[in-house]
Design a protein around this ligand. Structure first.
Ligand code: DHE
Length: 519
């Protein structure tokens, strides 16, 4: 009997739900409840863009749950008291559907989005007493802020708001004075680390991956998913100077996986996500002709001379056998090592000759973008964590052989070291041991310690201070902290409370391209 009633009531509930969803017009609901904060076209305003490219990366509760319950520590209210379940489901489906058409986001739209920070004036000298080259920037994902720390005293100097969902490392002007921070919604912020203030911000894309700064500090490249472009900004005032359409050799449009500065080459290197191509864009005004190599055509089997472009932003196209998503450069920037899409192998592409020169088996989704290298027994090695397996692979950068595998407590995301440190710090980002960080001897490759300061709480992403004497790790929780360790004794020295701190970046290590950190 009770079973029959529950079946009947389930049927009734389902028919009510279907009737409700037929009645719910998602576009009208969106206009009434969401457009004021997220923009009429779903591209974001005070709130983030509500498009699959942004929402697909959201961690935590699903979209319907966020609409119903709101988001803690943000302006996002819950709608469970205002809207029915069917309306919430309709809205969730609406905002996770691809945009019917990607709006134009070229130079005029980008330029119009620029906001100069009111009241900012450039000071003659730092307005703080800290070593300006030993500052840390800490991204706090919990409430979209960025903290600036004194890297000697480990005190917070400032806490500035950022756009929604900063991703990737900030990039610094060569003198370390200015930092550029990018959010997934394509906003790029310029910060003055002498004034501890924002200078300006601009929306360089609708959905972006990362940014790179040119060797001379004059240009910023913004890698976009939406639209399919690379935006070049003037780093002085953030105005757009060039929008490069990402059109592969076969005429198709592609997203950009990521862009990096290749300092010794005076260029940007970027990989196309949807086409088997790597591009080099000159940042040297005297560059070129940009055909110092030849490319092997997989269509004809012949060597083809690369098109000869010259000067600033000249482009060179390097064809590879399959797209690379996540990659690492050897310190001389002669070679790029990229993971293949299936996460099973890595390809070595020599950027000078412009072709693949080696392939190595690296199953388990190597996260080469987090790789670091150091000298071990007279040979340079690269270590990379794997996102899919509990180990770190160590690769000889001359022979391209995997020389060691370090078994860990789980798959990891980030690795860090410093020239002066004997150790590599490796987090265990995924699985039951995500509260642990391994400390690994760079010579013996043995795990010499495993730190677990708060059992059950994620501990991840390490960055050293300028001297290498201290290592800072994130207690990656809503009410989290940055924990400062003595890098030699591994003793905890200090804890600074933070809202879900993620990456942290030391100015000196970044501008000197320290071996142990990300670039
Ligand atoms: Fe990242 C850096 C790609 C998911 C936190 N991440 C980068 C970079 C790339 C990248 C290309 C280098 C950019 C740079 O610094 O110039 N990340 C990707 C992905 O493809 C992936 C797996 C899926 C995606 O969502 O796009 C991904 N990343 C994440 C996360 O889920 C993390 C943990 C949380 C978040 O913020 O989204 C995350 N990524 C980071 C951080 C860095 C980063 C903290 C900077 C690391 C550094 O030390 O420089």
């Amino acid at each position: 009997m009770s079973r029959r009633i529950s079946t009947a009531s389930r049927a009734l509930a389902l028919s009510l739900l279907l009737a409700g969803s037929a009645a719910a017009d998602p576009a009208a609901l969106y206009a009434a409840h969401c457009a004021a904060c997220h923009g009429a076209g779903r591209l974001g305003a005070d709130g983030p863009a509500l498009i699959p490219e942004t929402l697909g990366r959201m961690r935590g509760p699903d979209v319907a749950a966020v609409i119903a319950g709101g988001r803690e520590a943000t302006q996002m209210p819950g709608f469970a008291d205002t809207l029915g379940a069917a309306e919430i489901a309709a809205l969730a489906a609406h905002v996770t559907a691809p945009l019917a058409a990607v709006p134009a986001w070229g130079a005029p739209e980008i330029a119009a989005s620029r906001i100069a920070s009111p009241g900012y004036t450039a000071p003659e000298a730092p307005l703080h007493g800290a070593d300006p080259l030993n500052l840390f920037l800490v991204v706090e994902k919990g409430d979209h802020h960025l903290s600036i720390l004194d890297g000697d005293r480990f005190e917070r100097l400032a806490r500035l708001p950022t756009p929604f969902a900063v991703h990737g490392g900030p990039k610094f002007s060569p003198d370390g004075r200015f930092a550029f921070v990018m959010s997934r919604d394509g906003w790029v912020q310029k910060l003055d680390l002498h004034a501890l203030a924002e200078v300006a911000r601009i929306r360089a894309g609708i959905n972006s991956r990362n940014i790179a700064i040119s060797r001379d500090g004059k240009w910023l490249a913004v890698a976009n998913y939406l639209p399919r472009t690379l935006t070049i900004l003037d780093a002085a005032d953030l105005t757009p100077v060039r929008i490069i359409d990402i059109v592969a050799r076969d005429g198709s449009r592609s997203r950009v996986s990521a862009v990096y500065q290749a300092r010794p080459r005076d260029s940007f290197i970027l990989a196309l996500k949807d086409a088997p191509e790597i591009w080099e864009i000159a940042t040297d005004p005297a560059a070129g002709p940009f055909h110092e190599g030849f490319v092997h055509s997989h269509e004809t089997g012949m060597e083809e001379a690369l098109a000869a472009e010259r000067g600033l932003f000249a482009r060179r196209r390097i064809m590879v056998s399959e797209p690379v998503d996540d990659f690492f450069f050897t310190p001389d920037y002669r070679n790029l090592i990229g993971a293949t899409r299936d996460g099973a192998r890595a390809k070595v592409v020599n950027l000078t000759v412009g072709r693949e020169i080696a392939a190595l088996p690296l199953p388990g989704m190597p996260h080469l973008g987090s790789g670091i290298s150091w000298m071990r027994g007279g040979r340079r090695v690269l270590a990379t964590p794997h996102l899919g397996e509990p180990r770190i692979s160590v690769i000889d950068l001359e022979s391209w052989a995997v020389v060691a595998t370090i078994e860990t407590l789980g798959p990891g995301f980030f690795l860090r070291s410093h020239e002066t440190s004997r150790h590599v710090w490796a987090d265990v980002f995924f699985g039951p041991h995500r509260d642990a960080i391994h400390v690994i001897d760079k010579e013996t490759l043995e795990i010499v310690a495993t730190l677990r300061p708060e059992p059950g709480q994620t501990l991840a992403h390490v960055e050293f201070d300028r001297s290498g004497a201290h290592a800072l790790a994130s207690l990656w929780e809503e009410d989290g902290a940055v924990i400062v360790y003595d890098a030699e004794t591994l003793a905890e020295i200090r804890r600074l409370p933070m809202r879900r701190p993620s990456g942290k970046y030391n100015v000196w290590n970044k501008i000197t391209f320290s071996d142990g950190t990300s670039h």
